[in-house]
Design a protein around this ligand. Structure first.
Ligand code: HEM
Length: 86
């Protein structure tokens, strides 16, 4: 299973533009599930901030307000879980 789940330590996407990180967590990608319908803005902000400041990562925290804005901007009305437009 080595390499199946990318390491989050020193990861560019984790340390870089927080909008890219939040978008990824909201939408998922390949083998990673979408968390849009499972995490609140506060939960997602906490998780993103945690991984940005752990395992040697030292990027600025992600605020709840920021997550809320990215969520609105990236919401196309389609449920990632069901694929149905709701
Ligand atoms: C809140 C929880 C999670 C966070 C914050 C998170 C974070 C990330 C990040 C930042 C990446 C991208 C790394 C990069 O390409 O630079 C990633 C990729 C990935 N994650 Fe997660 N992840 C989470 C939960 C999960 C879960 C539950 C699974 C599987 C059950 C998973 C499976 C994967 C896989 C397979 C990839 C690689 C996707 C690809 O190759 O395109 N992740 N994750």
């Amino acid at each position: 299973m080595k390499g199946a789940f990318p390491a989050l330590a020193g990861d560019k996407l984790v340390r870089g533009d927080p909008a890219a990180l939040v978008t990824l967590i909201l939408g998922g990608r390949n083998g990673m599930p979408s968390f849009r319908n499972d995490l609140s803005d506060a939960e997602l902000a906490a998780a993103a901030s945690y991984i940005r400041s752990s395992w040697g990562n030292v990027a600025a925290p992600v605020t709840v307000d920021f997550v809320s804005k990215v969520r609105k901007r990236t919401d196309d009305g389609t449920s990632a879980r069901t694929g149905q437009n709701n």
